[in-house]
Design a protein around this ligand. Structure first.
Ligand code: F0G
Length: 459
């Protein structure tokens, strides 16, 4: 088979800036060992997130010029609504300025004290919005999803038996929603199978609980279904997406991922009464129902992006490029999540840095080392992000200590990725020199964004 190439050519470029290792040492100190606090100009390869960082196509930029900025009834809204309708089959579409705004609205309406929201794995903002409403979030990831280095085709699946058991324990009336995240971002960008969505949907219907999909990366998930699940090889991505959404009552989406937009999101659903309540809140917090916190041009870019993301040449290149980096790292012995996920490579920091205990945040220590060595920015998905404090202020660690290298869509070329692999392998070869970190300042919620840390021993 020939090399799978980038299915685009480059029309416009953006410079990146080089720093020396000495400069990065100072930058890291000033940023208190938190990559979120580093200025983007001081980053060489930015793998902090795949969110809002996509390169838009010439068609999207052309669409931007056609954005209709009317306050009410903008033509761009109707093109956006039509794109979402066609993919999800859901008639009621509510634009929001990003994914978490959609979450804030739906969980404000359905959440509250004494309620439980069940998921395969909730993303951090989703969990935070649930908890902010007073409700509780419960993750029921399948067993194979909990072992980073054990390969399986659908490690994002929900544990259906655990779902049935939890509904029995908490009571269906106290569970306003089950929400499946596709792909499972916090669990390694791993896909959920159609079979699993079907089974979860059946349990939800039997118990009269609405099923929602956190659809940020629906096209990547659909492509995995196509190549890994029996019976889908001959189906189009649109047909797979249609089927997948047909099992759900609604969805939340951050258009900053699989819609190639730099901003945007939406809620879509079938229940008119719920949609009316969401729209009331939307008008207070986001904007009128036909723009919801977005400019007309953003709606236009999203409508076009939603169709572009389903092109199979693109998805083949996308999934292969993540696999390419994963395989290079595996060949050098670096412990990475297997198989490769859809949007990111996840390093198992616990195994990479066995000398760093979880309460010294091995994932965060590794993000600092990658920046120092090669100017690469990554993010910890471990106990800094998800850890809680138990009795006596003792850390209750997260299930896994991962470092995510999220690959922005259509942005970096193969040589950038080769460079990333070289830096990680260099760091791996001197991993014994890396020490842990301690927190010096933190906020009560979503602390990883702003926390300040320092090395437990001087660098
Ligand atoms: N759900 C999932 C699965 C996500 O990955 C994100 C964002 C959101 C919801 C929230 O969407 O950012 O538009 O408000 N994930 C980004 C990331 C931030 O880096 O993975 P948002």
């Amino acid at each position: 088979m020939k090399t799978i190439i980038e299915p685009f050519r480059i029309k416009s470029v953006e410079p990146i800036y080089f720093t020396s290792k000495d400069e990065r040492k100072l930058i890291l100190e000033k940023a208190c060992y938190n990559p979120f606090r580093v200025h983007a100009r001081d980053v060489l390869i930015d793998l902090l997130t795949d969110s809002g960082t996509s390169a838009m196509s010439s068609n999207q930029w052309a669409g931007i010029m056609q954005g209709d900025e009317s306050y009410a009834g903008s033509s761009s809204f109707f093109r956006f609504e039509d794109a979402v309708n066609k993919i999800t089959g859901m008639p009621l579409v509510i634009p929001t300025h990003q994914g978490r705004a959609a979450e804030k609205i739906i969980f404000t309406i359905l959440g509250g004290k004494g309620k439980y929201f069940i998921s395969n794995t909730l993303f951090d903002t989703t969990r935070a919005n649930i908890e902010f409403s007073g409700a509780e979030g419960i993750d029921l990831l399948c067993e194979e999803g909990k072992h980073p280095t054990v390969p399986a085709p659908f490690k994002g699946n929900m544990d259906v038996a655990a779902l049935v058991k939890t509904i029995g324990e908490k009571g269906a009336v106290n569970i306003p929603m089950v929400i499946i995240t596709i792909t499972n971002n916090s669990g390694g960008g791993q896909p959920v199978s159609m079979q699993n969505i079907k089974e979860v949907s059946k349990v939800c219907r039997e118990n009269n609980i609405p099923l929602f999909i956190d659809a940020c990366r629906f096209a990547e998930n659909a492509y995995f279904i196509k190549i890994r699940e029996a019976g889908y090889a001959g189906k189009t991505i649109m047909a797979i997406a249609n089927e997948l959404f047909s099992y759900a009552d609604g969805c939340t989406m951050s258009a900053k991922k699989d819609a190639f937009a730099n901003i945007g999101g939406f809620l879509a659903m079938r229940d008119l009464d719920l949609a009316l309540r969401c729209r009331n809140l939307l008008i207070i917090t986001e904007g009128f129902t036909t723009y919801g916190g977005l400019a007309g041009r953003d709606l236009e870019a999203i409508a076009i992006g939603l169709h572009e993301v389903m092109e199979e040449n693109y998805l083949q290149y996308r999934i292969r490029s993540i696999e390419y980096l994963t395989q290079k790292l595996m060949a050098a012995g670096v412990p990475v999540m297997q198989p490769a996920g859809g949007h990111a490579v996840y390093i198992d920091a616990k195994e990479f840095l066995p000398q760093v205990p979880v309460d010294q945040y091995p994932g965060q220590a590794l993000t600092a080392a990658l920046y120092l060595e090669g100017g690469i920015r990554s993010v910890e998905i471990g106990s800094l992000m998800f850890g809680k404090y138990g009795e006596g202020g003792k850390l209750i660690p997260a299930q896994m200590e991962l470092v995510r290298l999220a690959i922005p869509r259509r942005v970096y070329t193969q040589s950038h990725i080769d460079y990333v692999a070289e830096v990680i392998i260099d760091v791996y070869n001197k991993r014994n020199e890396i020490t842990g970190l301690r927190i010096t300042e933190e906020t009560p919620m979503l602390r990883h964004f702003t926390a300040k840390l320092e090395p437990v021993k001087p660098y």
